[in-house]
Design a protein around this ligand. Structure first.
Ligand SMILES: Cc1cc2nc3c(=O)[nH]c(=O)nc-3n(C[C@H](O)[C@H](O)[C@H](O)COP(=O)(O)OP(=O)(O)OC[C@H]3O[C@@H](n4cnc5c(N)ncnc54)[C@H](O)[C@@H]3O)c2cc1C
Length: 373
């Protein structure tokens, strides 16, 4: 495309979903550094839609995204982008107050069932007997990130948009009313508007354009997979999470996966699992369940990138014309992607504001710059 209206930097779920939504209104090209889309955070997640993470704002964005996953548009119909998986948050006696608090918060967004010890073990027989209380959301959704990424890509392309992979943006310059972007390979692209959806690298990309960084904090999270005890009915198992951020596990391709819910500060990078968190995942699995983890089948890590207030930053940069931030998706970037893409299209293409329970000001990137000043 010789002269797009919008260049989106980043071919993860944030960049591709925004590009797909924007392509109905403008000529859009996506630049992705890697040879494949979703190589970083978007391809390494736990792939759940649930309400037990984040706060009111994150839950509101998640709720606003549900309709998309339940009734996906045309370009998403080839492979299902999600399937029902119950979500169980469980607690020991000493964690009961925290469960009550979470119950009150989530109940504003989802229909929850309160479970006693028998109900908890009926839904998840792998938990140890000290799991005495639970809340269950039978309508959790296990997402398929690859189907989601491909659906967005199909939508983008069907509207005449483009994806360039192997296109790592190395320099950004303002040339009259255009942003001129040069990739490491020497390709040059220009457009009046740049959408910065570079995930963990979004601050680094901003600096290339002379825009003040937001103070994004990438944090590593680890996942391991291993065999379930023989005879386990994997199909019926929920995504099970401790009420505190200690452990979650769920069925995964004929096995189980688990995360110790680590948040280790990291530079933007191709995150690799660290032996300590791998061992911690196995330890916590054995601490909270009857499962033994003598052997780990596979392991990976990815970065969850947060703004200083852990709310995403979506909106125009206050300190440069034609730069739009779409960053800080933390641990909820898949499940909120439809709402965030719709918000992006609303702010850039002047569409109706799509999420009644969220104010534009709550997402404004300028809030961090005001604080810094
Ligand atoms: C272990 C783990 C579990 C998670 N679980 C969940 C979950 O259950 N539910 C949920 O909703 N979310 C979950 N998440 C969070 C979710 O994965 C992220 O919020 C989301 O993927 C962020 O998407 P993104 O597009 O911003 O980032 P990314 O997918 O990282 O995409 C950013 C892209 O920008 C590209 N890029 C960077 N710099 C440049 C440059 N200079 N030029 C061109 N391209 C560039 C990168 O190559 C990358 O592909 C989890 C994450 C992890 C790691």
């Amino acid at each position: 495309m010789s002269n797009p209206d919008i260049l989106v930097i980043g071919g993860g779920i944030a960049g591709l979903s925004a590009a797909a939504a924007l392509s109905a209104h403008a000529r859009v090209a996506v630049l992705e550094a890697e040879e494949q889309i979703g190589f970083h955070s978007s391809g390494r997640s736990a792939t759940m839609l649930h309400y037990a993470l984040g706060d009111r704002l994150v839950r509101a964005l998640t709720l606003a995204s549900r309709g998309f996953f339940e009734n996906p548009p045309e370009h998403f119909s080839e492979i299902p982008i999600g399937r029902r998986m119950p979500v169980l948050v469980h607690a020991r006696e000493d964690e009961r107050a925290a469960l009550d608090e979470l119950d009150a918060e989530i109940s504003l967004f989802a229909e929850l069932e309160r479970l006693d010890a028998a109900g908890v073990h009926d839904l998840c027989p792998l938990l140890k007997e000290d799991a005495l209380y639970g809340i269950a959301d039978r309508n959790g959704i296990r997402l398929d990130p690859h189907a989601l990424l491909q659906g967005n890509l199909r939508q983008l392309k069907s509207n005449g948009g483009e994806l360039h992979t192997g296109a790592r943006v190395a320099a950004v310059r303002r040339r009259s009313a255009l942003w001129q972007v040069t990739t490491e390979q020497g390709e040059v692209h220009s457009a009046p508007l740049l959408v910065n959806a570079a995930g963990s690298w979004a601050d680094a990309v901003a600096k290339l354009a002379g825009v003040a960084p937001l103070g994004l904090e990438p944090k590593r999270r680890t996942i391991i997979t291993f065999d379930a005890p023989p005879g386990t009915e994997l199909d019926g198992l929920p995504f099970a999470k401790t009420v505190g951020d200690e452990l979650y596990f769920a069925p995964e391709s004929g096995r189980l996966f688990a995360s110790p819910m680590d948040e280790v500060p990291s530079e933007p990078c191709d995150a690799q699992p660290d032996e300590y968190e791998v061992a911690l995942a196995a330890y916590r699995m054995e601490e909270r369940t009857i499962v033994k983890v003598p052997q780990i089948h596979s392991k990976w890590a990815g970065l969850r990138t947060f703004t200083p207030d852990r709310h995403p930053a979506v909106g125009f940069a206050p300190d440069a014309e034609g730069i739009f931030w779409l960053a800080g998706q933390g641990g909820f970037g898949l499940q909120t992607s439809p709402a965030m893409a719709a918000i992006t299209a609303s702010l850039i293409a002047g569409q109706k504001w799509p999420v009644a329970d969220v104010d534009k000001e709550e997402l404004e990137p300028g809030r961090f710059l005001r604080q810094a000043a």
